[in-house]
Structures are given as structure tokens and as C-alpha cells.
Design a protein around this ligand. Structure first.
Ligand code: ASP
Length: 472
């Protein structure tokens, strides 16, 4: 029998209609067995519940009190979604009292464990109310399951937890339930029952981990779009929808800019060979996009998607006889690592190294989990280049801003002659200079680095030209 795990994100959980639609899906297909819920997303005029909780937790840690104003907004969010579905204010207030209990634990927990408890509670509140709606109002055999009770153990930093082996064993028991399991995403506990969360957007990961644990036949991820498009619809009007795409192709595209699902959420299901179906909640009968390990390649269509990433700078280091200095690259990389600057792309010449870095890497890293306070300050780019020059005894260190990378992806590019020549031809016809070019050894991706302008119009044109070359 099919066993489907279905995930509903903040958007899907921000309107009564959508929550009702989700219930219809469970009513119409008994193979949907586990519903993974995010917290209420943005509702009319109010921020996302998780964002409100983040703000409230910070204020509570600083001033000692969780602000009533934030609590009331959270209440309004839940009234907005659940009252039209027939859930009474009394029931909603009763469930929300759990948040007050969590808040009262502030002095018993470390600041980060307290943050995890509060920030993750949006999922708990939603899933408890959802389970009530599904069972008491819709008459479905549905039951809330608390990650704390089942042993959803996460390890690591309390705000960036990773699933443990033991958790998979515990989560496998969900399969035995006779009920539709209504399960809150995003949070778990450590093995001493202290609150933990995955990183932001982590409900995708909860769903992937559960799909793996119960060996689901399918992981459905319900969205407000028809599936995954071959290019950004803000750049290409009516881009082609992908029917099937491989995990690896999506990894390449998401790494650059495609916002499909949490980057790490793909790994557990990919290893377990469980397909992910991205579907539109408003068109449940359309197929959506299927993410799979292998797909059939159409030789006439080597490319499946094109992504662009703006806001990069390239740092070029030159040093004569660099090639003879053993450990030079290691030294370069460790200087970036020590400063917590992550590198997107590296290209090398005999006496030079070019590194592409996101501008945002130089910003204050206040939201970076695990970065110590002393490193949470902005870094001046020019000063950093002087520092590199000095530390590496380099001849020249140059920084160039407004760089964009365009990534062209497709399993069909492997052994396909002429893809790169087509790309370079359309760009050269348009007088767009290619500064960086890189093809991964898998031949699944080609990355082009170009000089953009501050509006991003050069890269927009480049994406349109490449898209037309391969798709029209
Ligand atoms: N509610 C959490 C967030 O906003 C987790 C999620 O929605 O996936 O990050």
C-alpha cells in the first residue's frame, strides 16, 4: 500500500480555505497518512507566527517578559485561521495557553534552549488545533503526535539541530498508527529532553526525516505554485514547468537561487529513494513536479533549468610562483574560514586564484547560528583585501563588485556536444563578456560569471537569451 507523507508550509496554513483544502486531501485519499504542519504563515496585516515568536523570545530574554502585544498578535493569527473553520475561541485560547507555559520556563533553560522552545511552538500550536479540526469538526481519524513524546531527537546547536539515528528508529513507529498523524514540523528535543529546532524553514526537514523513517512511498510538499519552473517566472514569462527533475539537478539549481525546499531536506529522501512531489494546493489534480533519483533524458533537451545569483563580488589574488608554494590554497581558505566568510566558487590560474563571495557574507552575522559574538560584526571588503594581501604576501588582491553567476543545469548535458558553444554564442552576440566559466565534473552544470549592473539587467538579459536558446 502507498504511504504518503504530506507537508503543509506557513503559506498553506495561513488561511482557513487552505486548511480546509488540506483536510479534503486527507479525506479523499486514505494513503495520505502523516500531515506535517508548519506554523501559521503571514495572514492579512500580521507577520508570520514564527517571526513573532523570534521577536517575543528576544524581548523576553532581554526584559524578562514576553510582550502581551506579540502574544495577542499570535492569538489573532490563530483566530483568523481557525474560527471560520468552527473552532471556538475557547478552544484556541486553551491551546494557546501552552505558549504561556513555555514562556514560564525561561529561567530553567539556557537562552538558546529557551529560544528553541518558543520559536518552535508555532508549529505545536498549529498542529494541535489542526488535529482538533480534523478529528472533531471534519470527523477524520486524526491525532496530534508531539515530537517530544515520540523521541524526535536532534543533536548539535539548539537552533540548528540535526536528526539522530535514534530519532529515525523512534519515528518509524508512526507507521503503526491507525490514525492520520498530525505532526508539527521544525522542533524536537535533545536526549535530555531540552528543546531543539532545525534551522529556519525546517519543517521541510521534519517531513523528509519522517518520510525516510516510515519508508514512505511519496513525500508531498504542497505549495501555491504548479511545481518547479525551468527559470524564474519574474525573468521569463511563462517558463516551462518541470514534470520530472532529479535531486541532483535541483540541488544545483537551489544552491544558486531556486527556492524549492530546505537545502538539507532533500538528502534523507534522496538516499532512501523516496520521490518528492511538489504540488499546488489549489490544483490538487495536476501532477506537479516530481523530484526523483533518475529520470528519462530527452536528447533534444539537454538543459532542464537556468538559475541566476546576483549580489556577488569576485576577489582575485595574484602571486608570482603561487603554484610552487605548497599549502597556499589552504592558507587562503583558512583566512576566509577564520572570518566566517563562505566562498561560492573558486577558479585558479598558474599564479592567481579567483574567489566568488556573496556580498552578504561581509554583513553582520547576527543571525548566523554558532558564530561567536566577536565575529558577528560587519567586515569592510577593502580592509579584508588588504588583510589578505598582507597575510599571503600576495602581489595583488583585487575586488570587483556587482558580479552575477548564471547556472545552467541538466543531466542531459553529459556527453552532449555543443551546449557551451551555444551559451557563449548567445552571450557574445549580445556583447556580454564571460568573466568566469566552470563546468562541474558531473557535466550536470555550467556556471558562468558576468559583470552585472546594480539593477541586474545584464544578468536578466543573459538568462533570457540562454533560456530562449534551449527552450523555445
Ligand atoms: N515556521 C518555521 C520557519 O518559519 C519552520 C518552517 O516553516 O518550516 O522557519
Amino acid at each position: 500500500m502507498e504511504y504518503i507523507v504530506s507537508k503543509f508550509g506557513g503559506w498553506a496554513n495561513a488561511s482557513s480555505d487552505n486548511v480546509k483544502r488540506a483536510a479534503d486531501l486527507f479525506q479523499s485519499n486514505p494513503q495520505r497518512r502523516i500531515k506535517i504542519d508548519s506554523a501559521v504563515g503571514k495572514v492579512d496585516g500580521l507577520p508570520k507566527v514564527t517571526d513573532l515568536l523570534v521577536e517575543g523570545a528576544e524581548i523576553a530574554l532581554k526584559s524578562g517578559t514576553f510582550p502581551d502585544e506579540i502574544f495577542n498578535k499570535i492569538k489573532l493569527n490563530h483566530y483568523f485561521v481557525f474560527k471560520p473553520l468552527g473552532v471556538t475561541e475557547k478552544k484556541i485560547d486553551e491551546v494557546l495557553s501552552i505558549l504561556s507555559i513555555h514562556i514560564s520556563k525561561k529561567d530553567q533553560l539556557s537562552p538558546d534552549h529557551f529560544r528553541a522552545l518558543i520559536i518552535g511552538s508555532g508549529e505545536e500550536l498549529f498542529a494541535r488545533l489542526d488535529a482538533f479540526y480534523l478529528s472533531e469538526i471534519r470527523g477524520l481519524k486524526a491525532q496530534f503526535v508531539d515530537p517530544k513524546d515520540i523521541g524526535h531527537y536532534l543533536s548539535g546547536h539548539p537552533l540548528n539541530g540535526r536528526i539522530t539515528h535514534e530519532a529515525y528508529e523512534n519515528l518509524a513507529k508512526l507507521k503503526d498508527s491507525d490514525y492520520i498523524v498530525v505532526y508539527p514540523g521544525f522542533y524536537g528535543v535533545d536526549t535530555s529532553d531540552k528543546p531543539m529546532i532545525y534551522s529556519r524553514g525546517g519543517t521541510d526537514k521534519t517531513a523528509a526525516d519522517i518520510a525516510k523513517a516510515v519508508n514512505a512511498t511519496m513525500y508531498e510538499n504542497w505549495k501555491d505554485v504548479d511545481g518547479i519552473y525551468s527559470a524564474d517566472p519574474r525573468i521569463i514569462s511563462n517558463p516551462e514547468l518541470m514534470n520530472e527533475v532529479t535531486y541532483k539537478e535541483i540541488r544545483e539549481l537551489s544552491y544558486i537561487s531556486f527556492n524549492v525546499l530546505h537545502q538539507e531536506a532533500m538528502l534523507p529522501v534522496m538516499h532512501a529513494n523516496i520521490p518528492i512531489n511538489i504540488k499546488n494546493l489549489h490544483k490538487p489534480d495536476s501532477k506537479g513536479t516530481l523530484i526523483v533519483n533518475d529520470r528519462e533524458i530527452n536528447p533534444k533537451r539537454p538543459v532542464i533549468g537556468i538559475a541566476g545569483l546576483k549580489g556577488l563580488c569576485s576577489i582575485n589574488l595574484e602571486k608570482c610562483l603561487m603554484n610552487e608554494e605548497v599549502g597556499f590554497s589552504d592558507k587562503v581558505l583558512s583566512l576566509f574560514r577564520e572570518n566566517r566568510i563562505s566562498i561560492e566558487q573558486i577558479t585558479t590560474g598558474i599564479d592567481s586564484i579567483g574567489l566568488l563571495v556573496k556580498d552578504s557574507e561581509f554583513d553582520e552575522k547576527s543571525v548566523h547560528i554558532g558564530v561567536s559574538e566577536s565575529l558577528r560584526k560587519p567586515i569592510d571588503k577593502d580592509e579584508f583585501c588588504h588583510f589578505l594581501k598582507k597575510q599571503l604576501h600576495a602581489d595583488k588582491v583585487q575586488i570587483r563588485t556587482d558580479r552575477t553567476v548564471i547556472c545552467i543545469v541538466g543531466e542531459g548535458m553529459r556527453n552532449h556536444i555543443g551546449t557551451l558553444s551555444k551559451i557563449s554564442k548567445v552571450l557574445s552576440d549580445a556583447r556580454i563578456n564571460i568573466e568566469i566559466i566552470d563546468q562541474g565534473p558531473s557535466e550536470r552544470n555550467i556556471i558562468i560569471g558576468i559583470k552585472d549592473d546594480s539593477e541586474g539587467s545584464v544578468s536578466k538579459k543573459a538568462v533570457q537569451l540562454i533560456y530562449n536558446e534551449f527552450f523555445s
